[in-house]
Design a protein around this ligand. Structure first.
Ligand SMILES: C[S@@+](CC[C@H](N)C(=O)[O-])C[C@H]1O[C@@H](n2cnc3c(N)ncnc32)[C@H](O)[C@@H]1O
Length: 353
C-alpha cells in the first residue's frame, strides 16, 4: 500500500534544481523532451512568446496546459523558472490570474526577474502572474484559500515530494467545485525500492520518487477522486548507464493526467442512460472536443455517457459547451457499450476502463 516517503530529502531537491542543474540539457533522461503531438496549437503559439532565459531552465516532462483557460485562476505547483506560468498567463488572458509556487530560490529568481518583460511582450497593463516561495505540501501557509482555484497544473514536480498524500489533499482543498487538476509527472511501473530513494541523483532526476500508478489511483480515491483520465503517456529513456543500472527493470513513463473535483464520481463507469452532445462552441475546436483519448465528442452527435463523464461535462468549466441530457434517477447497471457502437459514436465505452 502507498506510504509517504520521508526518506526523500527536500533540501537535496532544492540543491539539485538550484545548483547542480543549470540547463535543460544537464538532465540524465529525456524527460523534458515533450512529444510535440501533446502540445496544442495555442500552447505552441504561447511558448514562442516565452523568454529564452525561462525556457533554458525548463525541467518539466510534459505539457500540462488544458483547453478553455480564459479568465481562470490557475495554480502551478513547482513552477521552476515559470515556463508553464508564462504560457498559462497568455491562455487565461488579462481577466485571469496565475500563481506559481516553488521552494528553490534560484529557480524563482529567474521566474521573477522576467515578469515585467513578459507582461510587456504579452501587451498586458498589469501582471496577471505572481510567484510565491514555499512548499507545495503547505499551500495554506501561502494564503491559498479553500475552493479558490479553477485549475491546478504541475509539471514533473509531485514525484519529488516526500508527502504526496498531503499534496493531493491540498490540491483538492484549494480547487473550486468542478475545478480541475491537470498535471504531467513521471510514474513508475512498480514500487521503487526504499534503498533507491536516498540517491540524490535518482531523486533529483524524478525517478526514485516516482509513484507506482496504482498507488497514485489509491491516493486520489482517498481524496475523493476515484476517476482519473490519462491524456498521454511516453516511456522515458535513460541516457546514463549508471542510472540505468541502478533502476534495473523499473519502467518510467511521463504521463499527463486530468482529474476533476466533483462530488459524485464513482470508481467504475456506471450507466444512467445519460447523453452528452458537444455544441462545437469551444474556440479552435469546431468539429470535436477531446475530454480524453477515449472520450472524443463530435459536434452535434448525441453520445451515451457514463455518470462520471456526464458529471465532468456538466459540472466543470466545459459545461457551457455541452448539452447533457438525463440524470441519475434510474440506474441501468455497469456502463457498457457494444464495441462497434463505441467505435462509431465517440468512444464512451465502459470496457475501456
Ligand atoms: C523538475 S523541476 C520542474 C520545474 C518546472 N515545473 C518546469 O517545468 O520547468 C521541479 C521543481 O519543483 C520544485 N519542487 C520540488 N519539490 C517541491 C516542493 N515540495 N515544494 C515546492 N517546490 C518543489 C523544485 O524546486 C523545482 O523547481
Amino acid at each position: 500500500m502507498y506510504q509517504n516517503e520521508e526518506e526523500l530529502n527536500p533540501e537535496a531537491v532544492s540543491d539539485y534544481y538550484g545548483k547542480v542543474l543549470q540547463h535543460s540539457d544537464d538532465l540524465q533522461t529525456d524527460a523534458c523532451c515533450c512529444d510535440s503531438d501533446e502540445i496544442s496549437a495555442e500552447v505552441k503559439a504561447a511558448l514562442a512568446q516565452v523568454n529564452d532565459e525561462v525556457m533554458s531552465r525548463f525541467y518539466g516532462c510534459g505539457s500540462p496546459l488544458p483547453l478553455e483557460l480564459a479568465g481562470c485562476r490557475v495554480l502551478d505547483l513547482g513552477c521552476g523558472t515559470g515556463r508553464d506560468c508564462y504560457v498559462a498567463s497568455q491562455l487565461v488572458g488579462e481577466t485571469g490570474f496565475v500563481t506559481g509556487v516553488d521552494m528553490t530560490g534560484e529557480q524563482l529568481e529567474v521566474a521573477q526577474r522576467n515578469v515585467s518583460s513578459q507582461m510587456k511582450r504579452f501587451g498586458y497593463e498589469k501582471p496577471n502572474v505572481e510567484f510565491l516561495s514555499g512548499k507545495i505540501e503547505e499551500l495554506e501557509a501561502l494564503g491559498i484559500e479553500d475552493a479558490s482555484v479553477d485549475v491546478v497544473i504541475s509539471n514533473c514536480v509531485i514525484n519529488l515530494s516526500s508527502d504526496k498524500a498531503k499534496v493531493f489533499a491540498e490540491i483538492f482543498r484549494v480547487l473550486k467545485p468542478g475545478g480541475e487538476l491537470y498535471f504531467s509527472d513521471v510514474f513508475a511501473s512498480r514500487r521503487v525500492p526504499a534503498a533507491l530513494k536516498t540517491d540524490p541523483v535518482l531523486h533529483g532526476e524524478c525517478l526514485s520518487g516516482a509513484m507506482y500508478e496504482e498507488d497514485f489511483r489509491r491516493v486520489m480515491t482517498s481524496v475523493g477522486c476515484p476517476d482519473i483520465r490519462v491524456m498521454s503517456r511516453r516511456r522515458l529513456s535513460i541516457d546514463s548507464p549508471e542510472v540505468e543500472n541502478k533502476v534495473g527493470m523499473i519502467g518510467f513513463d511521463s504521463v499527463t493526467v486530468r482529474a476533476f473535483k466533483l462530488e459524485d464520481l464513482e470508481d467504475r463507469f456506471e450507466d444512467y442512460g445519460q447523453i452528452a452532445i458537444y455544441q462545437g462552441s469551444l474556440e479552435g475546436y469546431p468539429h470535436e472536443f477531446p475530454l480524453d483519448p477515449d472520450h472524443v465528442f463530435e459536434r452535434n452527435r448525441p453520445v451515451l455517457v457514463s455518470g462520471n463523464t456526464a458529471a465532468m461535462l456538466s459540472q466543470s468549466r466545459f459545461a457551457k459547451h455541452f448539452k447533457v441530457l438525463g440524470n441519475r434517477e434510474q440506474h441501468f447497471g455497469l456502463f457498457y457499450a457494444d464495441p462497434d457502437y463505441a467505435a462509431s459514436s465517440g468512444h464512451d465505452c465502459g470496457c475501456c476502463e
